[in-house]
Ligand binder design. Structure first.
Ligand code: NI
Length: 223
């Protein structure tokens, strides 16, 4: 991981407070990124070779032999050592801890945007916690673009009430697309209204997502 200064974390935290998401550009160094990408490739290759598990979420498509894989759940338990270290180790914890205070990892998954896979419908991950109490950190292994279904969100929607309806909130907008490069880390509040489009490209797009929950450093902004 790159050395991320307290000032860098303060900038990310301020955007997170206001918008509910922020991008830590090139947070993962190229060596680690290569190791994570290798392991991710291996986990997907074994699916192509016929491996099936309840942690490999996929669906059948008409006239296509191979089901479309869209998520590998419990990613830290799939026998990939570097990914397991990322979940348990210090690298992302430093960033999450800087944003949340005492923070621990709760869930780890790989989002797999196979070519042709449908987008993720708009949703909030959780509303059972206040703003800035639980965050998802996504490590991008591949470039995320509008064409391959990058993350989209309604800025500030993490501060909306627990019971708002997602679809009208998205329709009222504004909707902001967040492209990302390999090695970038996207941080978003679990309360944020967000989704992503279809992968209309011919290339796979993968990201490793780890949820951290902790004690918030500060309450929601008033504006
Ligand atoms: Ni989500």
């Amino acid at each position: 991981m790159q050395a991320t200064s307290a000032e860098d974390i303060a900038i990310v935290l301020e955007q997170l407070r206001v918008d509910g998401y922020a991008l830590a550009s090139q947070y993962v160094d190229p060596g680690l990124l290569a190791e994570l990408t290798d392991e991710a490739g291996g986990l997907i290759d074994r699916f192509v070779d016929g491996y099936r598990s309840e942690d490999y979420w996929c669906y059948d498509v008409a006239e296509q032999e191979l089901p479309l894989l869209y998520r590998i759940h419990n990613l830290e338990r799939q026998g990939a050592g570097r990914i397991a270290d990322l979940f348990a180790g210090a690298e992302l914890h430093r960033l999450a801890g800087g944003l949340l205070g005492r923070a621990g990892p709760t869930v780890c998954a790989m989002v797999v945007k196979t070519p042709g896979v449908a987008g993720i419908p708009w949703h909030r991950d959780r509303v059972d916690v206040p703003p800035l109490a639980a965050l998802n950190l996504s490590v991008f292994l591949d470039r995320a673009t509008a064409e391959n279904g990058c993350f989209e969100a309604v800025p500030g929607s993490h501060r909306l009430a627990d019971d708002i309806d997602v679809a009208p909130t998205r329709d009222a907008g504004p909707v902001v697309a967040v492209p990302a490069e390999p090695g970038d880390v996207l941080i978003h509040d679990v309360r944020l209204v967000h989704g992503s489009g279809d992968n209309a490209s011919s290339a796979i797009r993968r990201s490793i997502v780890i949820e951290f929950a902790g004690t918030p450093l500060a309450g929601p902004v008033s504006a």
